[in-house]
Design a protein around this ligand. Sequence first.
Ligand SMILES: [Zn+2]
Length: 300
Amino acid sequence: MKTLKKGCKGDEVKTLQKLLNKEGYNLVVDSDFGQKTHDALVAWQKAHGLVADGIVGPKTWAALGVKENVGTKPTKDIHIIMNYGHAKSTPGKRSPLYSTLSKEDQAYFAKYPQFGTDRYYEYLSNRVIGRQITASLRERGWNVHEIEQTGPNGLTEIANATNKICKQYGKDKCVFISVHSNAAPAKDNGWANAKGWCIYTTKGQNKSDKLADYIYKYANEYFVKQDKRSIRKGLADGDPDQEANFYVIYHCNCPGVLTENFFFNDKDDLKYIVSKEGQNSIVRAHVMGVEDFIYKELLK
Ligand SMILES: [Zn+2]
């Protein structure tokens, strides 16, 4: 990408304006780098610990999630399989009712009805966030297949659909990602105190571990460094349904990971999951990590 500053015009300015709008600014996407674009950029740079000079150089492009990838570009030979975990009918997988919260917290969650109006539902969240990952990958030129769980016992359904795609295109050309959020054991299905993001792979060292490493790298960048959230390492977080969750990656023939995007029965984590900031970071960590994995491991 070119270095941009006030006065520049063209498609790359358009890309910049779109990216800034995704960050919550309200720019007219006119491909013209004027004063308003400059001001938005300076504010964004400041908020992200960059030199706030209003110039989009390699560091700002990288921080905005745009990479150089000299000599490589998305190819339709690669098949990314996105799985949005759980069905509406899956038991549990929801937060306590918002009515158990303070008026202030209720007002906060009322701003995000797409995750549920009376409470948070994981099946909705996995689709809201998963579809944004899909849209972003497609926007960047990748081929994405979407697999949804339709029934409460849909784990074999997911694994079968995934392996059908692996068989058709070759398992070394496919990547599987299952998007979730976590829950911690709690008394009377109430709120819990457990925080953090984590990622799971199949047992043993294989390409899935590399995929996880790339996503982890960006997770660290966006969740920890930028948003001051936490990451959990290891598997010990006591989710009783983890065994079932693992099924989809154990039975998947291509490199695959399952991400638990923070705890939905922890009030503080939940506020982050539903926020625009949280959604953006979750989407970006997945997109950037998968893309790195494809370029550095599948297409090398
Ligand atoms: Zn889940």
